[in-house]
Structures are given as C-alpha cells and as structure tokens.
Design a protein. Structure first.
Length: 375
C-alpha cells in the first residue's frame, strides 16, 4: 500500500472519533450562550498523522470542560476547521471565521506548517484574534503579540537530544534531512548546536524516496543518526536501513508519531528515540492523569504525546478564557492572553520569555526493537 493510500486510510479510520468539521456560516453572538473556540487543522498527507492525534486530545479536553460547566457556565463550541495544507485553503478557513463574533480565539492550530502560516499572517497584521498554543515547531519564526506558543520548538528539542548524546560520550553524529526544505531550515542550527557540544556532524539530504538514502549509508556513517522529517519519511528511511547489516540508532523530533511509525511497518530492527515537548503519557502530573482518564472515557484511542499536547493546548486556552471578567469576547480574550501570566496547567508550567515564547520543556521516549515505548 502506498504512503498516500495508507495515510488516507488512517484519516478515515479516525473519522468516527475525530472528524474535522467545516466552519459554519456567520451568526450573531447572541444566538446562544455558547462561545466558540476554533481549531485549524492541516489534514494534508504530510501532516495528518500529527494532526489526527493532536485534534483527538483537544476534543477530549473540550468535551470534559463542557461536562464540568464550560467557561463560567457557558458551553464552549469547539469547532475544528480542516485545511489541505495550502495557503488558499487556510485563507478560506480564516475568512469563514472572520465575521463570526462568537469565535473568540484560535487554539491549537496543527501541524507546524499551518501554525507557521497563521503566525506569519498575524505578524503582518492580517489576523485580529488570539492564536493560542499552536503546534509551532519553528522557533526561528518571529511571533507577534497575538501568538502564544507554549511548546518547545525543534531547536530546543535538538539541543536537548544532542546534550544527552554528548553526556553519553557520543562524539560523532549523522544528521538526516528528509528533504531540501528541512535541510535549508535547520542544518545551520544543528551544526551550531553540535559544535558547541564538540560533536562532529555528517549531513545527508533526501531527494525523493528516503528509503534510498537509508540504503546508501556506508560503514563510515555514524551509528547514531538525528532524523529531521515526518513519520512517513522516517518509515521509508528505516525500511532502507534494514537492508544494511550495521545496527543504527535514530533520534527523531516531536513531529514523528511513533505509534503510526509502528503501524506503517517502520523501524522493525532500528531503535528510535523521539523528543517531545510534553510530559511522558504515563507521568503522574495532574494534567497527564486527567488526560488519560478523559481519553479512556471518551475515545477508543491509546495515549500519545501528540494527543497529550492537544489536550494541554485546550486546557491552557480554557484557563486563560476562564479568568476573563464578564462575557468573553474576541477583544477581551486577546487582552487576557497578552498579559502572558505564568500558569501551571496541572503541573505543566507555562512561562513566556522575552521572545514571547514558553517552551523549554522537553522529554524523550524510546521505541525498542520489540516495539515497546519506554521513557
């Protein structure tokens, strides 16, 4: 089965639990006592494995919030708006929400390309609404006073992973970029961080079928590889690696969904370590316990770091909106987010820095050769 057909099948299988809903026509805010939180979701073939899990976590959170009274007695309408990854699709989605006064905030936009596009539009003054807790993995992108990232970006994840490797005594690293886009965006940062930790780096760039890149590695290639790309590309790469006799170890970033990787038949003989900007899904933090309980009650889905991120994004949005005195509006919601107060969301600390970002929290999980996930 081709990559595209497999991902389409994943999306269809998930539809019963997390089908995106198109934005409804504009209506006055007085139509009901509910208020709307809109979530833009990229369901293109490159992003849907990340977006599906993130959306499920957000849905679980908002359903639980409504079950416990919503925001000051007002029900929250959580509206997921699907896009196909193109700028035109995003602009159509935003246009459908622009004049709906009941829509007070954008929360948890996913994946990274979509979140980056929205942040760039906001920076240009094209957005007049708070953009809370996006899955914004690009920390080199400047954000304005309407964008509120709470998760560690790729650069922080790379620094965390390389720091662990240097402590372990690793001196040489292979950096695998799934395409020219990833290479152009991050190779300078990877090399800068590695040099600061006295790690030598060999770089490799994919140009199509990434499995061919996995087959071309030689005996002189480092055994430990940093992979920069998504789940389908990593699956192809590990399938190419399996044709080699030498054992390899791969460090991936948070855009990789390890559960989907296993389902797609990747990494059967290659241990994978993946960074993630949220706690482990079996952690004892209150927000993680609430997430597991809510997910088990509402959805037939296993806990994953990405759906936990979606859950935390929704809980953060709720905490800020719940502090507003009087009926939440688009203007009062934006003002509340702009205070950028430190928050403890069930043990997950949010504290913004001078660059208007909160995101230094990074953990790692490992998928063993037997397919087990360990922290």
């Amino acid at each position: 089965m081709s990559r595209r057909h497999w991902l389409q099948r994943v999306s269809l299988l998930a539809a019963g639990a997390a089908a995106p809903v198109w934005a409804q026509p504009s209506r006055p805010a007085t139509a009901s006592r509910s208020l709307m939180v809109a979530q833009l979701v990229d369901f293109s073939q490159e992003q849907q494995d990340v977006s599906k899990d993130f959306l499920i976590g957000s849905r679980a959170a908002w359903q639980d919030i409504n079950a416990h009274g919503g925001i000051r007695g007002r029900r929250v309408e959580h509206l997921a708006v699907e896009t196909d990854g193109t700028p035109a699709s995003l602009r159509n989605a935003l246009a459908s929400l622009k004049n709906d006064a009941s829509c007070v905030v954008l929360s948890g936009s996913v994946g990274d390309q979509l979140a980056s596009q929205i942040a760039a539009m906001s920076l240009k003054g094209e957005l007049n609404i708070a953009h809370a807790a996006p899955w914004l993995q690009n920390s080199s992108l400047e954000v304005d006073d309407k964008t509120f990232p709470i998760f560690a970006a790729r650069q922080e994840q790379i620094a965390h992973a390389l720091k662990i490797l240097s402590v372990m005594g690793v001196k040489e690293l292979g950096a695998i970029y799934a395409s020219a886009r990833e290479h152009a965006a991050l190779h300078h940062e990877v090399e800068r961080i590695a040099a600061g930790m006295q790690l030598r780096v060999q770089s490799f760039q994919g140009t199509g079928d990434v499995s061919l890149l996995g087959q071309k590695l030689t005996a002189n290639t480092p055994a430990l590889l940093l992979f920069v790309g998504g789940t389908p590309e990593l699956t192809q790469f590990t399938q190419g690696l399996e044709k080699q006799a030498r054992q390899r170890y791969i460090v991936a970033l948070a855009d990789v969904n390890l559960q989907t990787l296993m389902q797609m038949g990747g990494a059967r003989n290659t241990p994978i370590i993946a960074t993630q900007p949220v706690p482990m899904v079996n952690a004892s933090l209150p927000v993680v316990r609430l997430y597991r309980e809510t997910l088990a009650r509402l959805f037939d889905e296993p806990p994953t770091p990405l759906s936990l991120a979606g859950f935390i994004a929704a809980r953060y949005t709720f905490e800020v909106l719940n502090e507003i005195e009087g009926p939440p509006t688009r203007q009062s919601a934006l003002a509340s987010f702009q205070r950028r107060a430190n928050l403890d969301v069930g043990g997950f600390r949010i504290s913004f820095n001078a660059q208007r970002r909160s995101g230094a929290y990074v953990t790692q999980s490992m998928m063993t050769q037997e397919g087990r996930l360990i922290g």
